[in-house]
Design a protein around this ligand. Structure first.
Ligand code: GLU
Length: 433
């Protein structure tokens, strides 16, 4: 299922690709990655049991008076997967497929992601089952405030800190900050990804895309990839995909294809991303950008490129197309863009996959910087934010790559093993088990 999402949101298209028959559920799939790491680390059954499920899952109803006078009840969730390393942290998504299993999977990914980059947070995720594209700004504001009312008792500046995700943005965070502050006093650190004017961090909007570029640069150095003139295809042109496409040129790569829900465009000589962005601003899709060739989302995934960057949907690389992928590197900008089965196929085919919990961790890393700035009532300039982000991404890459080389395992298994070991140690030190 592909939804159109207004520009400026965390991802252009939303998660929730159709599940193949017999395919694992999103949480089962993420947990299989966890179990592989647990096997690799010889983790005891006690810790496996603790880390294999969420600390707490809250389901709430949000009654809403719609603009047309009708009454509706929306269902929302907040899953707090693990809090051993710090306050729960993770985004809030508005999507028809944001069911409990999807939100639980995304919460678990946040636990492993914050541990890989070693920011002092646990993992959480929120979701509301809704179709935001059919709702007015007034309805969305009421929905957000209603959700906040229902989860108010389990979040806090030092307890659980939401952020933007699919179909939510800085405006959504501003409403949450306002509603929470009205109850508890001025609390900018209750959410990250806020507008700059309300205490957001400089550099947060670009952070996930920029972090991907830093990660790719490190990967190229370690794996001896020649990025000069390398061909890159980006699926998804929302916040993450568009920032990445704009910034990746500094590595010498050329972006030869981008796509979104409305279709895609390609140019073998390299696209002008600013021109494509300008077109998308008016047309609400990259499709039809002047001077480009049309390409479908499915074709883009199978393009003969050096680096494929899925930046939108979950499980877009799956059993149906894993054998047709021709890129030599997949940089996972979206959360869980490669299904569990496809991951094995890609590994067997010798394709390097730079896993989501490492590659796209720039967003939550700058969320951490935003949170520290809020707690200190102090603002960093953008160069400091970007410099600290680069340090964090480089260190994380090195830890993961060293483990992958030493243990002769994939980058995904090395990233999970790094994360699981760190969370398991925190569980033990706290005396939980
Ligand atoms: N939604 C983003 C992610 O999936 C950012 C989460 C955050 O900053 O807390 O990583």
């Amino acid at each position: 299922m592909i939804e159109e999402v207004p520009p400026g949101h965390e991802h252009h298209t939303a998660a929730g690709a159709q599940r193949e028959p017999g395919e694992l559920s999103p949480f089962q799939a993420v947990n299989r990655f966890f179990e592989q790491a647990a096997d690799h680390l010889h983790l005891g059954d006690d810790l496996r049991a603790v880390l294999g499920c969420a600390y707490r899952e809250l389901r709430v109803q949000i009654p809403l008076r719609m603009d047309d006078g009708s009454g509706r009840v929306f269902i929302g969730y907040r899953v707090q997967h693990n809090g051993a390393r710090g306050p729960f942290k993770g985004g809030l998504r508005y999507h028809p497929a944001a069911d409990l299993d999807e939100v639980r999977a995304l919460a678990a990914l946040m636990t492993w992601k914050t541990a890989v980059v070693d920011v002092p947070f646990g993992g959480a995720k929120g979701g509301i089952i809704c179709d935001p594209l059919t709702m007015s700004p007034a309805e969305l504001q009421k929905l957000t405030r209603g959700y906040l009312r229902m989860i108010d008792h389990i979040i806090g500046e030092k307890r659980d800190i939401p952020a933007p995700d699919v179909n939510t943005d800085a405006q959504t965070m501003a409403w949450i900050m306002d509603a929470y502050s009205a109850r508890h006093g001025y609390s900018p650190a209750i959410v990250t990804g806020k507008p700059i004017e309300l205490g957001g961090s400089l550099g947060r909007a670009a952070a996930t895309g920029r972090g991907l570029v830093y990660c790719l640069a490190e990967a190229a150095r370690s794996l001896q990839l020649d990025l000069d003139g390398a061909r890159v295809a980006v699926q998804g042109f929302g916040n993450v995909g568009s920032w990445f496409a704009r910034l990746v040129g500094v590595l010498g790569c050329k972006v030869v294809a981008v796509s979104d829900v409305g279709g895609g465009v390609s140019d073998g000589r390299g696209l002008s991303i600013l021109a494509v962005q300008e077109h998308a601003r008016h047309a609400s899709t990259v499709a039809g950008s002047p001077g480009t060739e049309p390409i479908s989302n499915a074709e883009l995934l199978e393009l003969d490129v050096d680096v494929l960057v899925p930046a939108a949907l979950s499980r877009v690389v799956n059993g149906a197309n894993a054998n047709a992928v021709r890129a030599s590197v997949i940089l996972e900008a979206a959360n869980h863009p490669v299904s569990f089965g496809a991951d094995q196929v890609l590994a067997d085919r010798g394709i390097t996959v730079i896993p989501d919990i490492l590659a796209n961790a720039g967003g939550v890393t700058v969320s951490y910087f935003e949170w520290t700035q809020n707690l200190q009532q102090f603002r960093w300039d953008e160069s400091r934010v970007n410099h600290e982000l680069q340090k964090t991404m480089s260190t994380a890459w090195r830890r993961v790559h060293e483990r992958a080389t030493r243990d002769k395992v994939s980058l995904r298994l090395a990233a999970y093993a790094t994360a699981v070991a760190s969370v398991a140690t925190a569980e033990r030190l706290r005396g939980y088990i």
